[in-house]
Design a binder for this molecule. Structure first.
Ligand SMILES: [Zn+2]
Ligand SMILES: [Zn+2]
Length: 143
């Protein structure tokens, strides 16, 4: 993705363009896996952003829908964008998460619309807010 594209995405989501936002969004777009706050902080360590600013940036991105959160198997949060669709980063709510059982990396997988609607019927009294499909297996670099 070209450098000019990142500020354009921020503007589209009505976010002020700041160096930390550009840096975080670039890291997430360039990564094909979901990343933790610590992963992102480490990749940006030479730029000396403070940790709180990074947290705030990630939560802003999540609120705006540029980024979505994925829970790891041990219940911590990772952050991801769907980078294959650069023209519109908005994350499709019905996509699958592939979890590599060897390296624990999590990848976002686009899926056909409607394929998540295979739950036969909703149980009475349950309010579904989001559907998450999780796939387990071995990623290409662990094979
Ligand atoms: Zn792996
Ligand atoms: Zn995802």
């Amino acid at each position: 993705m070209k450098s000019e594209a990142i500020p354009a995405i921020l503007k589209k989501y009505k976010l002020k363009v700041t160096p930390v936002r550009i840096a975080v969004l670039r890291v997430l777009i360039d990564s094909d896996t979901a990343m933790s706050h610590a992963d992102i902080a480490q990749l940006l360590s030479d730029q000396h952003f403070d940790k709180v600013t990074l947290y705030r940036t990630l939560s802003h991105f999540t609120e705006k829908g540029i980024v979505h959160k994925v829970a790891t198997e041990d219940r911590s949060w990772l952050y991801a964008v769907l980078a294959e669709n650069n023209a519109d980063i908005a994350t499709d709510k019905t996509h699958a998460h592939f979890i590599c059982d060897d390296c624990d990396k999590i990848f976002c997988f686009p899926i056909d619309e409607g394929s998540g609607q295979s739950v036969k019927s909703m149980k009475k009294g349950f309010l579904v807010k989001e559907l998450e499909i999780r796939l387990h297996g071995v990623c290409p670099s662990c094979q």
